[in-house]
Design a protein around this ligand. Sequence first.
Ligand SMILES: [Zn+2]
Length: 205
Amino acid sequence: MRQLLPFLTLLVSAHLAQGVTIDVDTSAAPDLADFGRRVKATLEDWYPRVVEILNSPTFQPIDRIPIYFDPTYDGVAYAGGGRIVGAVNYYRDHQDDVGSMVHEMAHIIQSYSRCDGWVTEGLADWVRYWHYEPNRKPGKPGPGSHYTNGYGVSAYFLDWINARWNPMNYWINKDCREGTYDVSIFPRLTGKTVDEHWNDMMNSK
Ligand SMILES: [Zn+2]
């Protein structure tokens, strides 16, 4: 045992270093307490997986993510300054939407210093739908949509490229985090511009 102990201690600390504590504050809406507990359990469970999906050499582990449910906020949820704010009015009626919280946690893990908005939103939804809840994955974008729409449209597009030039999303995420992202990454790594990829995808079956 004496020899095993340092090894076990190392294992335990390595495990803790990968974990995050999600601090959920539903004090302004006590009826959301159960939902808040579900969000906490899901995000603590998914944190290491999202870190792995959005991994890059300069990623800084996060110890704690506060989530506040705000009765005065009109939208759905947002992430900023290392914390997540969720709208009480929205989550009262959408207690199945833990996925939107996974999306917000992806933003905190991204902590991009330079990126395009559609890429940031697209990758957050790619984490959400292509990994966390593939049963809700959006279908192929319809005519009239554009890759700059963000969210599910951009997620579908980025997955389409990533499937053909794997691991393209790794390189995009890395550049966004390191501040070296430019849309020229598409022709540089794949030989085609982002518009050419979009047309190829829209013209494919
Ligand atoms: Zn977002």
